[in-house]
Each structure stands twice: as structure tokens, then as C-alpha cells.
Design a protein around this ligand. Structure first.
Ligand code: ADP
Ligand code: MG
Length: 473
């Protein structure tokens, strides 16, 4: 039991910032020690201890682990905590890269993950540039069309993505993919990039998150190298920008994006964009919205039971794991939020069975996933949390998104962020976005603040507890 509870009740308390500069190994030792206390000895031994720190360079910490399975597991469960913890010790750390340390034939392309944490199988074979100078983000080797399971909710988006990747003339421009988190947008974009690389390697494909686009743009401004910046992008045959909701409200970045976009479209280059909302709901400038609407807009709908079954079967096969049909059905029935969680659930069940050396059973599945299953049962949404908290503190719901900083609205907003982290499966950046596009560090700060206040102010603590119970029921 020790093992499963270690792995499932994992909540990391992010400590407050200490800015004294320590050596990388000192930082690492301190960091893993904290993590060890939070996740327990068994999980620490299995997942954290085998990690080797290679170097820290240009804001990126490069780590290696012995197997791909391990890499995936760490990425899914600990990468965000690693990065956040590390940042509290060294605010320069922007991202953590985890690679598989195997002397296998190196692939040119590397596996990233979502926006900030990247994973890769090998070091890029580019001449003498650092990881930071490679324009296109690495591609995840798992995110191919072949690995994408097609069903009703995503068949249109899938067909559109395939069409773009196969066509030499532009079928529609831009292709705008949208849908909720974890439904396969990034997977499809990588699929396009992989397909083009394999079939038309001469075509220059740039894939990048909007966040990275902004980061690079700001850096170019600072370094007065915006001309180079523009040239780099404008040399793309296919430009894919992921998660553009991120730059809604960031005016100068949006402006630059708009120009890059227009320049490329005018030159007949293909653009692919993803977002979590439709163009009109993004809250972007009107002229950008109308250009986005000009091409093909394809949405990915929430998964159906059939699609979840198909995905689980395919993933189980990829993991070469024997998963009883009953367990597959159970997971497909229970984990309805999104594919990422579905996959995460299956990974956990499989990893657990491998660790304890037993067959996968219904009982073990219940055990290993009790927190995830509860979260999916409850299904409180951030919107509900905002509504309830706003009612409770007698403020307007719109204040949850507003920029107002008066304590009378800021405090309830922090409480809502705190509860969103506790009661939903949303990540910090996702929560930030739901609160008027705030940064994930703001959410982290809110969580810390509420934790702190709960300790010193009993009345406040009871309030929060009450809200939590109301929302749970
Ligand atoms: P998004 O970018 O929409 O948030 P991702 O593309 O990152 O979502 O998908 C989340 C995870 O779910 C990835 O591991 C991806 O491979 C997987 N996934 C999503 N949809 C499918 C699908 N239809 N078939 C197989 N895997 C999928
Ligand atoms: Mg994505």
C-alpha cells in the first residue's frame, strides 16, 4: 500500500523563493530532497534517483534517464514539479529537458512535450548551435498520424491535418484547429510536421508554441534583432503555432504574429494554428480574427466512449501491456475529461503492475487511480468554482478575470485559483488562462498565499474549507 499511496497522493508544496545562488549540484540535491519528502521514498527511488543532471545552459536544465518509459513517466508526473521547484532555487531556469540516455542511433528529431517541458531521445544533430538556437521546437516521436486514433469527435480535424500535410498546393490557409485541452491538437500538428519531414524533407517546417513565439519575439526586441527574427519565420514553408490563446491580450506579440502571418500567407506558405477556442472566442483583434476565419476552422470535440476505448487499446498495445478488457472499459467509462488524463491513467496502472510485478486487475486499478477517478467523478469545473466563490464573497464573476487588484476582489480570486488547483485536474498555466490570462506564477503565488492565510487566520481557513466542501458535493 505504501507504494500506491506514495504515487497517488502526490502533492508538492512549493516553498518560497530563496535567491542565493548555489551550484547546480547543490540546487539539485536540495530540490530532490524536497521532492523526496513530498512524494515519499518509494516514488523517489523509482523515478527521481535515477535522474542524472547533465548541465544547465541558457535557462534549460538538461537531465537524462535510462529508459524512455521512465522519461514518459517522469514527464507526466514530476516534470512540472521539478521545474517549479527548481525555479524557486534558481529563477533562471525556464525549462527542464529530459532525455533518454541511450547510445542508440540518434534521431534528428526529438520529443518535446507541452509548451515548456521538452523531452527528447537524443541531442539534436545540428552543427554547433545550442538547443536554444533551434527555431522549431522538437517533435514528439509518439505524435504521428499512425498513432492517432480517429473517431467521430476528431475525424474532421484529422482529415484536415492530413490534407495539409499531403498537399503541395494549399488546400486551405490557415488551418485552424481548436478544442479543449488534451484532445489531440498538438498531436495532430506534430503529425503534420512528421509527415512532411518524411515525405518532403526540403520543405521547411517550423512548429512552435505561441508562448515560445512570444518569448523569442521579446528576446529579439531586447537584442535588437527583430529583422533576423522575421527572416527566420518568413523562411518557413509551413509555420505551425500551437496554443495561440496564449497571446490573446498580449498586444505587441499579437501584432507581430499578425504581420508574420500575413507575410507568409501572401507568399503562399501554409499556416497551421491551434487554440483552445474558436477564432471568434479568442478575444483577439478583429482583423486577426477575420484572417483566421478565412481558412478552414476544424474543431475537435470531447471524446466519446468509443473513441476512448480505441485510444486505450492502441496505447496498451504500444506499451506492450496486457490490460484486461474489463479494465479498459472501466477506464473508458470513468476517465472522461480528456485523452491526456486517460493516457495518464493507463500509464499509471501499467507502471504500477510492472513495479510490483503483478498482473493488472480491477482492484489494482481502483487502488492506483482513486484520486483520478474521484476527480473525474466530481467533475467540478473552474467556471463553477469561480461562480461559487464569487457568490460567496459577493463579487462579480467578471472580477475573476479582471485586472483589478483591490484586495476585496484579489483575495476571492486567489481562493478560486487555489480551489481550482485542488479540485480540478487543470495545470497551473491552464488555471492562469481561465483567470483572465494570468501567468502560472501568479497562480502559484495565490496557492501559497491561501495556504499561508489558512494557517494564520482561522476564520479564513473555515471559509475556504466550507467552499471546498460545497463544491465537492
Ligand atoms: P492538446 O494539444 O489538444 O492539449 P495533445 O495533442 O497534447 O492535446 O494530446 C494529449 C495526449 O493525448 C497526447 O499524449 C496525445 O498523444 C494523446 N491523444 C490525444 N488524442 C489522441 C488520439 N485521437 N489518438 C491517440 N492519442 C491521442
Ligand atoms: Mg497542446
Amino acid at each position: 500500500m505504501g507504494l500506491s499511496s506514495d504515487m497517488t497522493n502526490r502533492r508538492v508544496n512549493i516553498p518560497t523563493s530563496t535567491e542565493t545562488k548555489k551550484s547546480v549540484s547543490e540546487q539539485w540535491n536540495e530540490l530532490v530532497e524536497r521532492l523526496r519528502q513530498d512524494i515519499g521514498e518509494a516514488a523517489y527511488q523509482s523515478w527521481i534517483k535515477p535522474i542524472v543532471v547533465r548541465k544547465v545552459d541558457g535557462g534549460t536544465a538538461y537531465l537524462t534517464v535510462p529508459t524512455r518509459f521512465m522519461r514518459d513517466w517522469i514527464l507526466a508526473h514530476y516534470a512540472e514539479d521539478l521545474r517549479e521547484l527548481w525555479r524557486t532555487l534558481n529563477s533562471d531556469i525556464q525549462q527542464v529537458e529530459i532525455r533518454v540516455n541511450a547510445d542508440r542511433v540518434s534521431r534528428t528529431n526529438l520529443g518535446p512535450l507541452n509548451s515548456e517541458v521538452t523531452a527528447s531521445e537524443s541531442v539534436p544533430k545540428s552543427k554547433n548551435v545550442g538547443a536554444d538556437d533551434i527555431l522549431s521546437a522538437p517533435l514528439d516521436p509518439r505524435f504521428t498520424f499512425e498513432n492517432f486514433v480517429v473517431g467521430k469527435p476528431n475525424e474532421f480535424a484529422y482529415a484536415a491535418a492530413r490534407r495539409v500535410s499531403e498537399a503541395s498546393s494549399l488546400p486551405f490557409n490557415p488551418l485552424f484547429l481548436y478544442g479543449g485541452v488534451g484532445l489531440g491538437k498538438t498531436h495532430l500538428m506534430h503529425g503534420i510536421a512528421w509527415h512532411i519531414r518524411n515525405t518532403a524533407p526540403k520543405r521547411a517546417v517550423i512548429y512552435m508554441s505561441a508562448e515560445k513565439f512570444m518569448y523569442r519575439f521579446i528576446r529579439a526586441l531586447r537584442e535588437k534583432s527583430t529583422v533576423d527574427f522575421k527572416d527566420q519565420f518568413r523562411s518557413a514553408d509551413v509555420l505551425m503555432i500551437d496554443d495561440v490563446q496564449f497571446i490573446a491580450g498580449k498586444e505587441s506579440t499579437q501584432e507581430e504574429f499578425f504581420h508574420t502571418f500575413n507575410a507568409l500567407v501572401d507568399q503562399g506558405r501554409q499556416i497551421v494554428i491551434s487554440a483552445d477556442k474558436s477564432p471568434s472566442d479568442l478575444g483577439m483583434e478583429e482583423r486577426l480574427v477575420s484572417r483566421l476565419n478565412c481558412g478552414l476552422v476544424a474543431d475537435i470535440h470531447a471524446t466519446t466512449y468509443e473513441l476512448r476505448l480505441g485510444i486505450l487499446e492502441s496505447k496498451a498495445e504500444q506499451l506492450s501491456a496486457k490490460v484486461p478488457r474489463k479494465v479498459i472499459e472501466f477506464l473508458a467509462h470513468k476517465i472522461t475529461s480528456n485523452v491526456r488524463e486517460l493516457e495518464g491513467g493507463l500509464n499509471r496502472v501499467v507502471a504500477h503492475a510492472q513495479l510490483v510485478g503483478r498482473e493488472i486487475s480491477m482492484e489494482a486499478t481502483h487502488d492506483v487511480l482513486h484520486d483520478l477517478l474521484r476527480a473525474n467523478d466530481r467533475r467540478v469545473t473552474v467556471d463553477e468554482i469561480q461562480k461559487r466563490v464569487a457568490e460567496h464573497f459577493n463579487i462579480r464573476i467578471s472580477d475573476m478575470h479582471s485586472a483589478r487588484r483591490a484586495r476585496s476582489v484579489a483575495r476571492p480570486r486567489q481562493v478560486a485559483m487555489y480551489l481550482a488547483k485542488q479540485l480540478t485536474a487543470r495545470s497551473l498555466p491552464e488555471i492562469g488562462r481561465k483567470f483572465g490570462g494570468r501567468d502560472h506564477t501568479t497562480v502559484m503565488h495565490a496557492i501559497r498565499k491561501v495556504d499561508e492565510l489558512r494557517d494564520i487566520d482561522q476564520g479564513f481557513g473555515e471559509d475556504v474549507e466550507l467552499l471546498k466542501r460545497m463544491l465537492e458535493n
